[in-house]
Write a protein that binds this ligand. Sequence first.
Ligand code: ATP
Length: 896
Amino acid sequence: MKWHEMRSEEVMNSINTDADSGLTSKEVQKREQKFGYNELKEADRPSAILVFLSQFKDFMVLVLLAATLISGLLGEYIDAIAIIAIVIVNGVLGFFQERKAEKSLEALKELSAPQVMVLRDGDWMRILSKELVPGDVVKFTNGDRIGADMRLIETKSLEVEESALTGESLPVQKSVQPIVAQDVGIGDLTNMVFMGTLVTRGSGIGIVVGTGMNTAMGQIADLLQNAETMDTPLQRRLEQLGKILIVVALFLTVLVVGIGVLQGHDIYNMFLAGVSLAVAAIPEGLPAIVTVALSLGVQRMIKQKSIVRKLPAVETLGCASVICSDKTGTLTQNKMTVTQVWSGDKLWNVSGAGYHPHGEFLHQDKVVDVPKTKTLQQILTFGTLCNSAGIVERDGQFILDGDPTEGALIVAAMKAGLKKESLLRNFEVVEEFPFDSTRKMMSVVVKDKAGKRFVVTKGAPDVLLGVSKSILWNERQEDLSSVYETKVKNAIESLASQALRTIAIAFKPLQEREKVNTSFEAEKELVFIGLQGMIDPPRPEVKQAVKECRDAGIKTVMITGDHIITAEAIAKQLNILPTNGKVMEGKDLSALTVEELEEIVDEVYVFARVSPEHKLKIVKALQNRGHIVAMTGDGVNDAPAIKAADIGISMGITGTDVAKEASSLVLVDDNFATIKSAIKEGRNIYENIRKFIRYLLASNVGEILVMLFAMLLALPLPLVPIQILWVNLVTDGLPAMALGLDQPEGDLMKRKPRHPKEGVFARGLGWKVISRGFLIGIATLAAFMIVYYRNPDDLAYAQTIAFATLVMAQLIHVFDCRSEKSIFERNPFENLYLIGAVISSVLLLLVVIYYPPLQPIFHTIPILLRDWLLILGLSAIPTFLLAGSLLTRKSTKTMV
Ligand code: ATP
């Protein structure tokens, strides 16, 4: 028999599992060994050797190797071996860089791997989806992605979208009934759910019957191997820039070689020097270093509780100019406590805090006996019956299982001695229409002991008012006239203005044969009973984060399904809403076109009573105004807006799989302050990338110019090929990496957001590269000329001096690269990686100059102490000459 033909019990028997306690850990272990991980096989990756070899496929490196080979054949063994060694070391470094980038991207994928709720050893727990084994009992709800193929054993209004398998985008209704028909296709298997499909409504429980390649998805897995390319805009721009730089570097190299040959230099020597220069000057490793810097930044972000799902988001984060944030759970703590209950113009205060079910009901400061106050008891009872959450006691702690809003209602009832378990003994819930943020209501059909059925609905009070026909007023049912309506509205406003989230309760008795098949049928002609108001305190760190964002030129907008007055009150507490800022409601938003919204959107700081559909409109209007929008969301319906936003953000705790998959950033702690930290990190990563681009390119300009000028002045070669390659490897590599780990500048979050179209060389970076590079070239040449003319017979000594000056000039310049303004702005000892990189570069320089066995290889001669003064003096010029001029400019400015 096939799974779908069996009854639930038969499924359990044949797969040997138990719906009440799940598998035991021992059994899970056994099955894991037998069936392996619940994963689809991925396409084979290039082997380590191939990745290593690919480091040498660069055209110029091949030319260099060929040239070296020739020099080896001509008898220049030492040079040849040294150059090849350096090229290999370079390749090894490139290989590790690439591996590191790949590994950290891989680790990221793991972090955002989907999880599932599974029943094992009698407890529900969250595990990674890949750990599922056949026989596991799995629970899923609205917004979850199904982790394996399962036979359903329980469904509540369950609908699943299976387009990934069937191509059919309309959701399929599911049930547990066995299917007996012959030859059924996947689309007809309504009592099964399949790996990779999406729960769009309701909830269900299933038993895993297929995992990994043994699923319907596994059978078509080969078709799904379309790896996404994740290059960031900057990486793409750098690749283009790289191509231009190759041409420029080649042109200049040819120029150097051409002039050198014309000046009478040996063709072969010039050729080798030229090729070495080209290899050194072409920043072929730049995109790889950028990836490493990005992924190291991403790892720092993980420590600050944000997970980047798409690398380009790191860059876009730095450009964000508006953050649209959900209220509940992101700006607030989502720790709800009912503090007031209202019905028929009576108000009860509720004491106690958190989910601890101890507290009292007070009316006009007097404790009331709830069982004697019928309406109050009814509100509390109904709040618990129409509720899918639970409160469990564990070691004296009361723990919420489910939605905090619903938990608060259960706790309020418990304070009056009304426990969910005992209530469910008297009332049976026979039908459930789950909450959704578009309807803003939830309903159940309940049957009491006498067999009488009635609907209980809870939801947003203004919405419930709209579907109510009558009202319970002092225990009497009255028509809901406009007088009563006004009274209820006043009560809602009074609770909301205290920043309370309000939930209304209503009910409706059903006739004996009356059928309720849809939420629409349930939620009409209700009897309104009353309100429960709950506090949800703001997260303490949010106010400061909102301020920091404002200082950084980023506007915070609150988007919430909550009541307009509640939203406004909280927005004021958090300083999100300025005095002249506007608050807008979902229904007004519906009446506007995107274009109309665009006109006013800049003035609006709070959107209240919105549905997820409105979010897309808000994103579009803001984007049309030229904003770079970060938008948060957690539900299935939020996905389109999250996708459309420049930075889609989902919630790690409350977010559905659908929202997470659509997002580029996941907040592990659902906290708004984490968005701020991520933006700060995003800005810092970008600035650090700019820092090392500046450093590397200025160094390269210096290297090329010293050779070019020397040739133009008919001088001998100031640097020998191996020295050029050494500079490329040591001086350019280590400090550049360390710059990628630099601390942010103090005013990083005081600057306006960066324009997303901003070029690599914007904000004066191009000028800095050329001017500093030019000066490095000149300083090196000067050092060379001074020593060469002092003793023209000792060319190698002059070359050693030039070599040391070039290295030292770069190592001093690296500190200047840390600031957009001036080297004096920053404490040079702050970045310990950089200090380490600079010290090791200097030590390596001293080793190749003073360690005799290396001297013939690097063509170096020990430098005399007095010449170090010359070297240090000249190498400081490129950095301090211009830094000094900036400083004077700054001080004259302040004097004026
Ligand atoms: P956001 O998370 O976007 O800040 P929200 O969580 O307050 O907003 P929704 O969850 O859409 O927004 O809730 C909207 C309204 O629906 C609430 O103000 C409340 O009155 C009502 N509501 C919320 N949760 C439930 C629920 N579980 N059952 C019934 N009504 C609910």
